[in-house]
Design a protein around this ligand. Structure first.
Ligand SMILES: Nc1ncnc2c1ncn2[C@@H]1O[C@H](COP(=O)(O)OP(=O)(O)OP(=O)(O)O)[C@@H](O)[C@H]1O
Ligand SMILES: [Mg+2]
Length: 240
């Protein structure tokens, strides 16, 4: 059961990103990206190291701002706005999953999953209950009181996925989520993404160097030197 498809949740027109390394050195990294991702799609982005995947992901996720071009995220035009407003939008609409997990070391698994809800002002009892449900969803209910350094890489990533789901975001952005995991653990993590896509209709954008995993998504975009140079359908495999 997927959400109704059709509405674009990510809409980019002519997105350019330059970094300024002190005037007059300007380095243009993205050269005019056009991209539409619709509600409920599972899309992967592939491309060589340095092709601009993470740079693009940072703009999609409102972690960074485009230099030029238009970007609309879940109906909100991402023009210059205060960093407070940006982080509100991020917290509400996006769930991030990173290669290196980025969990808070001093906090338990439960505490890590509660954090985005705390920022969103969710009352304590509600957020604890929801955090526990999310940990159970990713098979980590029995590790809720453990800190990240007491968890394996795959377990940490499952906690990170539960955290990404905390505020029921429209979009999950995953930048090399299986990059630090062995293939069977990576498989487990990928299956969770398939499940969130299939059962909750989440829109998922996955950056990966693993072509086999990319093939499992519905659409594969190839970046080269800051341009989208290819787009094709994947198998969109649905795990039983
Ligand atoms: N803050 C920055 N300042 C200057 N240059 C940057 C900055 N961030 C990224 N770049 C440059 O932009 C280019 C694209 O980097 P990006 O991290 O997007 O690549 P990537 O496709 O994610 O690569 P990888 O697969 O290795 O993660 C690289 O040449 C990088 O050096
Ligand atoms: Mg990257």
């Amino acid at each position: 059961m997927s959400a109704a498809r059709g509405e674009p949740v990510i809409e980019m027109r002519g997105i350019v990103k330059s970094f300024y390394l002190g005037t007059p050195n300007e380095l243009e990294i993205l050269h005019g990206i056009n991209l539409t991702i619709r509600e409920g799609e599972f899309v992967s982005i592939v491309g060589a190291s340095g092709s601009g995947k993470s740079t693009l992901m940072n703009i999609i996720g409102a972690l960074d701002h485009q230099t030029a071009g238009e970007y609309t995220l879940d109906g909100v035009p991402m023009t210059e706005m205060s960093s407070n407003r940006l982080s509100e939008i991020r917290n509400e609409k996006i769930g991030f999953v990173f290669q290196t997990f980025n969990l808070i070391p001093r906090s338990t698994a439960l505490g890590n999953v509660e954090l985005p809800m705390m920022y969103a002002g969710v009352p304590r009892a509600v957020r604890s209950r929801r955090a526990m449900e999310l940990l159970e969803l990713v098979g980590m209910g029995d590790r809720a009181k453990h800190r990240p350094n007491e968890l394996s890489g795959g377990q940490k990533q499952r906690v990170a996925i539960a955290r990404a789901m905390a505020n029921d975001p429209a979009i999950i952005l995953a930048d090399e989520p299986t990059g630090a995991l062995d293939s069977s653990t990576g498989r487990l993590v990928m299956d969770i993404f398939h499940r969130l896509h299939r059962e909750q209709g989440k829109t998922i954008v996955l950056i990966t160097h693993n072509n086999e995993l990319a093939e499992e998504t519905e659409r594969i975009l190839t970046l080269r030197d800051g341009n989208i140079v290819g787009e094709r359908a994947g198998k969109g495999m649905v795990q039983p």
